[in-house]
Design a protein around this ligand. Structure first.
Ligand code: 3PG
Length: 203
């Protein structure tokens, strides 16, 4: 099954304190969102991925903000089961393709989408979704490039997620709204679970 079809929303998570990783992942899974992207934007990210992989078996844990071949290797070694990148250089696309795990390479223009499609990649991240043109832009891409499906992320909120999910070329959306920094800081796992449950019900 495709990464895009496992859940309607992929929480994009920034982990500042590694101790929050496992309870956060449990809350997301309990709410109905098993696919979790931990971004490589903070120092504890790789350890967080490893802990979730080891302690939350129902989670499908992946690494986001993958920018280099080194990030690819480190993420897979840590336990990431998928990779997400904000954009794609040829060397990064090569490394992700060689990683052995599913991945969503980022694209924001028709040319970028076409360059990745030439490599056989037909499931991509669309980033930064809102800033790049949002729902109308994705609708426009579906005309000439109907065989490519996306996970848009960047600026998507509960009020706009359903509009994206209604598009034929959108499999799921990603966003940070499921795991607000203050909820993680205070350990408000009930709130995270509730946000996840609302998002899981979007489709
Ligand atoms: C991403 O990397 O996908 C974005 O940073 C998502 O962040 P946002 O949901 O806060 O826009």
């Amino acid at each position: 099954m495709s990464l895009l079809d496992l859940a309607p929303v992929i929480p994009v998570v920034v982990i500042d304190d590694v101790e929050t990783a496992v309870p956060m992942a449990r809350a997301l899974v309990a709410g109905g969102l098993p696919v979790i992207e931990v971004t490589l934007r903070t120092e504890p990210a790789l350890e967080a991925i490893g802990r979730i992989a080891a302690e939350v078996p129902d989670a499908v844990i992946g690494a986001g903000t993958v920018r280099t071949a080194g990030d690819v290797t480190a993420s897979v070694s840590a336990g990431a089961r998928f990779l997400v990148s904000p954009g794609a250089t040829p060397s990064l696309a090569d490394a992700m393709a060689a990683s052995g795990v599913p991945f969503l390479a980022g694209a924001a223009t028709a040319s970028e989408v076409m360059a990745l499609a030439e490599r056989g990649l037909k499931e991509l991240k669309f980033f930064p979704a809102e800033a790049a043109g949002g729902v109308p832009y994705l609708k426009a891409l579906a005309g000439p490039l109907p065989d490519v499906r996306f996970c848009p992320t960047g600026g998507i909120r509960p009020g706009t997620a359903a509009d994206y999910l209604a598009l034929p070329n959108v499999g799921c959306v990603g966003g940070t709204w499921l795991t607000p920094a203050d909820a993680l800081a205070t350990g408000d796992w009930d709130r995270v679970e509730k946000l996840a449950a609302e998002a899981a019900a979007l489709r």
